[in-house]
Design a protein around this ligand. Structure first.
Ligand SMILES: [Zn+2]
Length: 281
C-alpha cells in the first residue's frame, strides 16, 4: 500500500487498522495531515510514511472518534509540537465519550483482544476552530469548515480548492460520509440533525469535486446524495416512531423499514429519541 493521488497535491492512504483513510495535502510550506489513527503507534507509522512527501506543518482532526484522534499525542509531543486543529466542541466529546470508551477497553481487554490501549493519552487539538478558517500551505490554502451536529457535534470538513481549473475541489469529510457502507451511527451522533447538516454541505459540493471520506475510497457528489437519502429515511423513521410513542424495542422490531440492521440502529434510535425529546422541551 502506498499514497494514492485523489487530486493534485492531495494524497490518501488506507490503513488496515479500523480501515481508516488518512489524507495529506502538500503545499510549498509543508504537509497538512488529516487525522492521526487510533494509537501513538498508528501515528508513528503514518508519520514515517509521510517522510518521502516532505515535512509536516500541521494536523487536522475531522472529529473526536478514537480512530481519528488517539494518535494525536505523537504529534503534540514536546519533540514535535505540530499544531493540531479541530472543531471547538471536539475536546468535550473526548471527555464525554472517548475517555470512557478507553477506560472501558482498558478495564475489559476481552472486548478488544487484539489491541493494546495502555499507551494512549487522550490529547485534544491545540487550535480550536469556531468558524471557517483558512490554513496557508504556501502555494495553496485549505479551508476548515466546522459543521453543525451530524456524525458527532464536533465534525469539521476540509475544502481544498483546485490549483488549476482542470478539475473540481477536494473535500475531506471524516465520517459525515462513509464508503463502502452507509455512515455509522457512533458515540455522540445526531441522527435527526445529520441529514440537514449533510444536505447543506452537499449544497457547496460541485459535480466535478472529489470527496474523501474517513473510511474507504474517494467518492462523488452523487454518492453523497445517495447517502443523504439513507440518513434522511432513517431520521424520518425515528421521528415517526417517536411521534407514535413507541419505545426503542418496538421501533427496532420493525426491521423491514430500515436500511440498517437492528444492532447498528440501536444507538441511532436512542440518540434520535433524545434529540426529539429535547425539541419538545
Ligand atoms: Zn467517526
Amino acid at each position: 500500500m502506498t499514497w494514492t493521488m485523489a487530486a493534485p497535491g492531495v494524497l490518501f492512504r488506507r490503513y488496515p487498522q479500523d480501515d481508516i483513510t488518512i489524507t495529506v495535502i502538500r503545499g510549498t510550506r509543508g504537509l497538512l495531515l488529516v487525522d492521526t489513527g487510533s494509537s501513538p503507534a498508528d501515528a508513528a507509522l503514518i508519520h514515517s510514511d509521510l517522510e518521502p512527501l516532505g515535512a509536516l506543518l500541521c494536523v487536522v482532526n475531522t472529529h473526536a472518534h478514537y480512530d481519528h484522534t488517539f494518535g494525536n499525542q505523537h504529534f503534540a509531543a514536546d519533540s514535535l509540537r505540530v499544531p493540531i486543529y479541530g472543531h471547538h466542541l471536539l475536546p468535550a466529546h473526548l471527555v464525554e465519550y472517548e475517555a470512557r470508551r478507553l477506560a472501558a477497553w482498558r478495564a475489559d481487554t476481552s472486548t478488544e483482544p487484539d489491541r493494546d490501549w495502555r499507551d494512549v493519552v487522550i490529547t485534544p487539538p491545540t487550535a480550536l476552530i469556531r468558524e471557517r478558517t483558512w490554513i496557508d500551505l504556501g502555494d495553496r490554502s485549505v479551508e476548515l469548515i466546522p459543521l453543525e451536529p451530524g456524525h458527532t457535534d464536533g465534525d469539521l470538513v476540509l475544502r481544498v480548492p483546485v490549483l488549476d481549473d482542470g478539475s473540481g475541489d477536494t473535500w475531506i469529510v471524516g465520517d459525515v460520509m462513509e464508503e463502502p457502507g452507509p455512515p455509522m451511527y457512533g458515540s455522540g451522533c445526531f441522527p435527526i440533525r445529520w441529514p440537514e447538516t449533510l444536505s447543506r454541505l452537499l449544497d457547496e459540493v460541485g459535480e466535478r469535486d472529489v470527496i474523501l471520506p474517513g473510511h474507504g475510497v474517494p467518492v462523488s457528489r452523487d454518492f453523497g446524495v445517495a447517502q443523504l437519502a439513507v440518513l434522511a429515511a432513517t431520521a424520518d423513521n425515528i421521528r415517526r416512531h417517536h411521534a407514535a410513542g413507541h419505545d426503542i424495542e418496538q421501533t427496532l422490531g420493525v426491521t423491514e423499514e430500515w436500511a440498517y440492521s437492528p444492532a447498528a440502529l440501536e444507538l441511532a434510535v436512542r440518540r434520535g429519541f433524545e434529540e426529539l425529546d429535547r425539541e419538545r422541551e
